[in-house]
Design a protein around this ligand. Structure first.
Ligand code: 2HG
Ligand code: ZN
Length: 453
């Protein structure tokens, strides 16, 4: 029996895609990372995932699990000859449990679906990302995604109370009780969080849910530079209870978003930097007051607009969340990095000359999650063949400032060659030992995360 026959037996003929039908599954959202998969297989249950892994192990064909495929570092897009295990049909979402504070979701459910299911019960999931409509829970957990709400909730890791996953040999590990206290041995669920498909295929997740706050308000603040943005962050942290997000964008990115009609800017002039801050509390009016009071004395503030209704807040968030889409047409080199917040202004200031030296004619457009020092450096105008030099230049700057070469998107295929800038030789060899113990045949997402030996 051929591998394709075994896969068809496992999931049904219509759920094994070959030829032209693999289009879309064969490349990541940016189009930069792609390959020719042997097939795309769409399991509908954990048992089917087990059958797929066993069939591929017997045939010696590697597998790459794929959720929404919007992860941006190519962890989920196939290399030539791999089988894509697309999780979209594992999309069941259970009823939220307000007593235990949990919700169980299939790996293929989108983050938006899970957020809406929680919201319908007056609860909230502490993860939110611009790609919520495509990002799946399996992908969000496999990459330990960050997003815009890390300030109040922590990263995805802190929201995961348990999961179910299929390991390379087809065995199923499962912690689905959702217990807040459970110290029975190694935490396999947390080992899988952030493993980017290299240690197992996540099939189900138990997420923490908390009561939805009664009200929200946001402010968009125009500033004369990134130093002022950091001063504002300090003022917001000390003056505003329930601070939920502090994001930043710059004039270059805002221009693109506005030009593409993805959002409007409320201010007359154009400022170099804008901060979007949101907080939760008992009433929108009192949150808006607290935001305005914190913003007012900060040196370098040029203007501010406060949003108290859902519609107004959505308008402000569109300006921030429209960046990825607005930039896509320029096919930027995308570098998701973090630096300590005090070092952020100098880091952002050093970027233009560093990228121009590496790739003449290129320029960085920076935006991101100010509260975590997480800068999305999108370098546009990079001539073909210069991508690695630009990556080198930016990631060296990050490493020199004690930052992280991957803040929230992961390492995937795009950054594995630079892992040494963020992890010691001892770290990398411990990571290799874990990988070899759980996947001795190198069947799961080879060529991701760990550098070539
Ligand atoms: C965001 O914060 C995402 O919007 C994407 O992490 C960042 O497109 C990017 O570089
Ligand atoms: Zn981000």
């Amino acid at each position: 029996m051929t591998l394709l026959d075994r896969l068809r037996d496992a999931v049904g003929d219509t759920q094994v895609l070959v030829g032209d039908l693999v289009t879309g599954y064969d490349r990541d959202w940016t189009g930069r990372l792609h390959g020719h998969p042997l097939a795309v297989v769409r399991p509908g249950s954990t048992a089917e995932v087990v059958a797929i892994l066993r069939a591929c192990a017997d045939a010696g064909v590697p597998i790459v699990p794929q959720g929404g495929n919007t992860g941006l570092v190519g962890a989920a897009s196939p290399s030539d000859g791999e089988v894509v295990l697309a999780t979209g049909r594992l999309a069941e979402v259970g009823a939220p449990d307000p007593v235990g504070g949990t919700i169980v979701a299939g790996a293929g459910a989108t983050l938006e679906t899970v957020r809406l299911a929680a919201a319908a019960a007056g609860l909230e999931v502490g993860i939110d990302l611009a790609s919520r409509g495509t990002a799946t829970i399996g992908g969000v957990v496999a990459t330990n995604a960050g997003g815009a709400r890390v300030l109040r909730h922590g990263t995805t890791r802190a929201q995961v109370l348990g999961l179910e996953a299929v390991l390379a040999d087809g065995s199923v590990v499962s912690r689905l009780a959702g217990l807040p206290k459970d110290n029975t041995g190694y935490d396999l669920a947390q080992l899988l969080v952030g493993s980017e498909g290299t240690l197992g295929v996540i099939t189900k997740v138990v997420l923490r849910v908390t009561p939805a706050p009664p009200a929200r308000a946001a402010a968009l603040v125009a500033l004369d530079g990134t130093d002022a943005a950091v001063r504002l962050l300090v003022a917001l942290r000390s003056g505003v209870d329930g601070l939920d997000a502090v994001e930043f964008v710059t004039a270059e990115g805002v221009d693109l978003v506005v030009a593409r009609g993805l959002a409007r800017l409320q201010f007359a002039g154009v400022a170099p930097v804008y901060v979007l801050a949101e907080a939760v509390g008992s009433s929108a009016a009192s949150i808006a007051d607290a935001l305005a009071t914190a913003v007012e004395p900060v040196e370098g503030v040029l203007d501010a607009a406060v949003a108290t209704t859902g519609r107004e807040r959505a308008g402000l968030w569109a300006l921030r969340e429209g960046h990825t889409e607005a930039l896509a047409a320029l096919t930027p080199v995308k570098l998701d990095v973090a630096v300590p917040v005090p070092a952020l202004p100098a880091f952002v200031a050093a970027l233009p000359s560093a990228v121009t030296a590496a790739a003449p004619g290129s320029r960085p457009i920076s935006f991101g999650h100010l509260a975590e020092g997480n800068v999305h450096v999108n370098v546009v105008g990079v001539p073909p063949g210069r991508e690695e030099r630009v990556t080198d230049a930016v990631l060296e700057l990050v490493a020199a400032r004690g930052g992280s070469i991957s803040a929230e998107h992961g390492v995937g295929r795009a950054k594995r060659a630079w892992l040494h800038l963020g992890r010691s030789a001892a770290d990398i060899s411990a990571m290799r030992a874990v990988k070899k113990a759980l996947d001795p045949g190198g069947m799961l997402s080879p060529g991701r995360v760990l550098p070539e030996e």
